[in-house]
Design a protein around this ligand. Structure first.
Ligand code: NOJ
Length: 543
């Protein structure tokens, strides 16, 4: 079945045989915090629609929305109580349809979040399942007898702290919850569960959605014998979940069948794409591309987010990733998301500019997290006032995520122009200086840098879909070449706070700096050596 969509008109003729999710730039919106049109302090769909022109100016090709479905909001929407409706807080189905239409009219695709690992305990499926051991939906979730001592069936831990098992008094069994106890895990070994979730995908594809980001894809299937996880001998005390090595809880071989089913549904439609949320080492991550294109299009690659911000380390990671990609697999890169501190908080404002250049010049689809394009930083929210269940359940570990989810800073006006009402999370103190309005059109601003880089990527195929080759570099410098149809670009990034230079043996460096994180240094001619200022990144067009 091919959905009538007129997709062909959006093809970027410059990008030849490549599809939008390959040459395009994805922008992650956390809908609660992007733009509030109705003044209740929480962002909504009309707010997003009102800001599509801004996103078009930023030259993004797709938006991915964190969950917008009905939910008790214990995990801010990742606890879904109805997969085929819109939470009234975000608007109506009509608002959704209008948003899709308006996005498509601007050539922007829309990717939704699919949360298949767990539902809310308020979902009718779970209410039915927990009603009785004889419920027809009992096997839709993972229920088990207690261990002989009456405790949880095994040692599995929840990512949100404590045991992954919750006792159900009424039916005298435990249910599994990888996350919050109000997020019971679905049992993906049950064919009816598979069918129900694949139908959810069809429901939204039929409404014109262009893809899904699939939440915690590597968690979907658990060991059927529920074997105990081994202790982690290298546990560093940073996150209670890491006390064990979750080999029986994650990345089980059977997950490939589920991924293939999801891919099958996407392939029933034209040009739809699946992004998988997968935190795994590179060699396991790339397995989710699946054999013969039967996996996800883009297993989200978080290595820029999880690795130390060091040139030599990242050079190794990029090369290892490039080498590990199976034939035909398309790479992708993520700098920040709603689960970790923002890039500018992790690496500081100067390196955040270098990071922008890295993200937007590497080979592979980049995902920009809302607000990173204006250099937003985490708001320091005391742990005891955080709303995130992760902070509440695991105090003292610094794992709370509220700080990276604060309202988008649009203007210097009240509440940073995000809402006329009091926002659900505090706005950053520096919003009067750091917002879209002051960034727009300002030559040295972060937003201008992002816009210049996305524009360059759109106009130069070499930077979007061209080949990648590492350039030997030392110390704080990371460098690579991008090339297509005879157009060659050298990217050189200085991760350090002192000046550095690059003169790789065997490479004739002759060209012009067409982009720099330091605007005054654009247009410089390069002959033999690239000199970099502290924290400077450049794109050089080679002659
Ligand atoms: C991953 C999501 O990104 C995160 O925000 C959420 O808490 C968990 N999955 C559970 O759905």
């Amino acid at each position: 079945m091919a959905a009538a969509s007129g997709h062909a008109v959006w093809l970027n003729p410059k990008m030849g045989k490549y599809l939008w999710w390959q040459y395009g730039v994805i922008y992650q919106i956390y809908p609660r915090s992007f733009m509030d049109a109705d003044g209740d302090g929480v962002g909504d769909l009309r707010g997003i629609t009102n800001r599509l022109d801004y996103l078009a100016q930023l030259r993004v090709d797709a938006i991915w929305l964190a969950p917008i479905y009905p939910s008790p909001m214990n995990d801010f929407g990742y606890d879904v109580s109805d997969y085929t409706a819109i939470h009234p807080m975000f608007g109506t189905v009509a608002d959704f349809d209008r948003m899709i239409e308006a996005a498509h009219a601007r050539g922007i695709r829309v990717i939704l979040d699919l949360v298949p690992n767990h539902t809310s305990d308020d979902h009718p499926w779970f209410r039915e399942s927990r009603s009785s051991r004889r419920s027809l939906k009992r096997d839709w979730y993972i229920w088990h007898e207690p261990a002989p001592d009456g405790g949880p069936p095994n040692n599995w831990l929840s990512e949100f702290g404590g045991s992954a098992w919750e006792w159900d008094v009424k039916t005298q069994q435990y249910y599994l919850h990888t996350f919050h106890r109000s997020q019971p895990d679905l049992n993906w070994r049950t064919p009816d569960v598979q069918e129900a979730m694949l139908d959810v995908m069809r429901f939204w594809f039929d409404r014109g959605v262009d893809g899904f980001r699939v939440d915690v894809m590597w968690h979907l299937i658990k060991d059927d014998q529920i074997r105990n996880n081994p202790l982690n001998p290298d546990y560093d005390g940073s996150h209670p979940y890491r006390r064990l090595i979750p080999i029986y809880q994650e990345d089980r071989p059977e997950v490939a069948d589920i991924v293939a089913m999801m891919r099958g549904v996407a392939d029933e439609y034209e040009e739809r794409t699946l992004l998988g949320e997968i935190y795994l080492p590179i060699e396991r991550l790339v397995a989710y591309y699946g054999p013969d294109g039967r996996g996800v299009h883009l297993p989200h690659n978080f290595h820029l987010l999880t690795e130390p911000w060091e040139a030599r380390r990242l050079a190794e990671v990029i090369d290892a990733y490039e080498r590990a990609l199976p034939a035909g697999a398309w790479p992708n890169w993520v700098l920040s998301n709603h689960d970790f501190p923002r890039i500018a908080t992790r690496v500081g404002p100067e390196q955040a500019r270098v990071a922008a250049m890295l993200l937007l010049t590497l080979r592979g689809t980049p995902t920009i997290y809302y607000g990173d394009e204006i250099g937003m930083v985490d708001v320091a929210i005391p742990e005891e006032s955080m709303q995130d269940p992760k902070a509440q359940n695991m105090p003292g570990f610094g794992l709370g995520r509220d700080g990276a989810r604060t309202p988008m800073q649009w203007t210097a006006g009240p509440h940073a122009g995000f809402s006329v009402g009091a926002p659900w999370l505090p706005v950053a103190d520096d919003y009067a200086r750091s917002n879209v309005e002051v960034n727009l059109g300002a030559d040295g601003s972060m937003l201008t840098l992002y816009q210049r880089l996305t524009t360059l990527r759109r106009s130069e195929r070499a930077l979007a879909t061209g080949s990648y080759a590492a350039v030997p570099a030392a110390g704080d410098v990371l460098s690579y070449l991008r090339e297509e149809e005879g157009r060659r670009f050298l990217v050189a990034l200085n991760f350090g706070g002192t000046r550095a230079s690059l003169a790789p043996p065997g490479l004739r460096l002759l060209g012009e700096v067409i982009e720099s994180t330091h605007p005054r240094r654009r247009r410089k001619t390069i002959d033999g050596v690239v000199e970099l200022d502290a924290h400077e990144g450049v794109v050089v067009r080679l002659a």
